[in-house]
Ligand binder design. Sequence first.
Ligand code: ZN
Length: 313
Amino acid sequence: MKEAAEAGRLPHAYIIHGAAGSGKKTFAGYMAAALLCEKGVKAGPCLKCPSCIKAMTHNHPDIIWTVHEKKTVLAVQEIRDQVVSTVQVAPYYGPYKIYIISDAQLLNEHGQNALLKTIEEPPEYVLIFLLTDNADALLDTIRSRCIRLDMESLDRKTIEEELISSGHSPGEAKECACFARGNLGIAKELAGGSELRELKDQTIKNIKSIKNLDALEIFRFSSELDKETGGQVLDIMLKWFRDVLIIKSDGARDNLYFENDKAVAARQAEGLSFESLGRIIDRIEETGVRLSSGVKPEAAFETLFLKIREEYV
Ligand SMILES: [Zn+2]
């Protein structure tokens, strides 16, 4: 991107694709700052010049971060107000006016079509970053006019070091880095003692004691879940049984989600056949479908835990 900018051949629109927590916003913000840095794009962002300081504190008038009011939709009016109707106004300071549109997958067809005209014929100074975790939700007409960049995973050591440098113990850093699989945002969220942390700890506790888990405990746990957190629990369970499966197949044991619990996972691997593990994974996936079709978490998880328990000999 820096080279293209220097050569004056920067494409006008990018799709920056990656899972939540993979660094899309960090990257877009950093790149925007570099493009507007007073030291020039090649050296930028210097993080010291007035432009960089404005950029990094989200106060740069030529970098527009769109916002949307509702969690589940980016309304066409929001795109019109924040993007389409302002693109003709030239940048205040630098050579570019940069729009960073987060959650672009939440734009419906209407909204995407509103944006399309801007992407097709933008003023020369306009640059658009579409951030999304699901590029497939974007229309072909949009995708074909954007350069797509995919966020890559970080390696585990890098994430561990980052967590340790922000004050977490090496043990905790390792635990969070293993689970996050290259996603620094998730690792930080876990290490910060978030809701995700609680869900993970509680889910793993339940799986470890699944043979003795009674209906009341399952009810207490699952009655606090909703569609979203229920989905997160299922994801955690899939990761756990994936570890068990890897241990059972004698695969690479240094590549587990739950490194610190591998002794427990190994004991479970002994008690479960490959067929059982296959059925458990199917059940977990089915439960995801049930949750998204409106089955109450209490009912869905009670069935799931009981079915899983049957597989243990
Ligand atoms: Zn600078």
